[in-house]
Design a binder for this molecule. Structure first.
Ligand SMILES: [Zn+2]
Length: 268
């Protein structure tokens, strides 16, 4: 599958090609790109069947960029920093309701999606929140969401923030696509980079206490942290859920998320 977009300002043409890893044309394409000195980047990911999701012990939920909403500490969401790493902020705990940027251009996404993400927080619309609440999912509660607009009264939205009471232990080092060396030197928990495809593994004993809805221990990706919440950008840990939760999101027609079944490995 190829898609072309012509950007006249930069005098560049972007071409997106999606091929199966076993497709012999992949090697041919790579050779041609090298021969013609074309710049390219590769993104690899796994695709799973519904049967594989149903059989998974737990599933990592990753948001795609298309449904991202700006919010968090810069918009008056409050956090407890007593257990936060001074170097990267990992371990900060949200104490108040979640605030989004009510004046930002992404706010329109609230009308386009059933569920949106905000630095790995997940916000769901009212009908989906009600479905989740009725499903009696362990480890899950739902919290209010407010929109911040400068010089105007705060607006409480009908959206709800997913809240998990349980944090899983650190993942198994047998996970692949995870750059463990990139982790914050102080806490080993934050600033972790990944390469595609990511394959998360957990030790069998570490998923024994898992609930239907959990958070990962690790924090991935970009961090802006100097101790001041008013300028902080800190991605929260991914949600890790049971197939029961995946099924509810699938049946609600939710898009904008990538679902990655974990592998359970023996202790080492
Ligand atoms: Zn740290």
């Amino acid at each position: 599958m190829a898609e072309v977009s012509d950007n006249k300002v930069l005098k560049q043409v972007f071409v997106y090609v999606t091929l199966d890893i076993d497709d012999p044309r992949l090697l041919t394409l790579q050779k041609l790109l090298l021969a013609y000195k074309v710049q390219w980047s590769e993104d690899r990911w796994d695709e799973y069947t519904d049967e594989e999701y149903e059989a998974a012990r737990l599933i990592v939920v990753q948001a795609l960029s298309e449904n991202h909403i700006v919010g968090g500490p810069r918009f008056y969401t409050e956090y407890d920093l007593s257990n936060a790493c001074p170097a990267c902020g990992a371990g900060m705990r949200q104490t108040g309701t979640y605030w989004i940027d009510g004046a930002g251009p992404q706010t329109v996404r609230l009308g386009q999606f059933r569920a949106v993400s905000s630095y790995s927080e997940i916000l769901v619309d009212q009908p989906l929140a009600e479905t989740l609440a009725r499903a009696n999912l362990s480890g899950l509660s739902l919290r209010s969401v407010y929109a911040y607009q400068p010089d105007e009264a705060p607006i409480e939205l009908i959206w709800r923030q997913l809240w998990a009471s349980h944090t899983l232990p650190p993942m198994s080092p047998r996970s692949t696509g995870i750059d463990f060396d990139s982790a914050c030197k102080s806490c080993r928990r934050g600033k972790i980079d990944s390469t595609s495809p990511e394959r998360f593994a957990y030790r069998a004993k570490d998923v024994e206490g898992a609930q239907d809805v959990n958070r990962m221990w690790e924090h991935f990706g970009y961090v802006r942290w100097n101790g001041d919440l008013k300028t902080a950008v800190l991605w929260q840990p991914y949600f890790v859920v049971t197939p029961k939760v995946w099924r509810i999101f699938r049946d609600a027609g939710v898009t904008g998320f990538q679902w990655l079944p974990i592998r359970v490995v023996e202790d080492e």
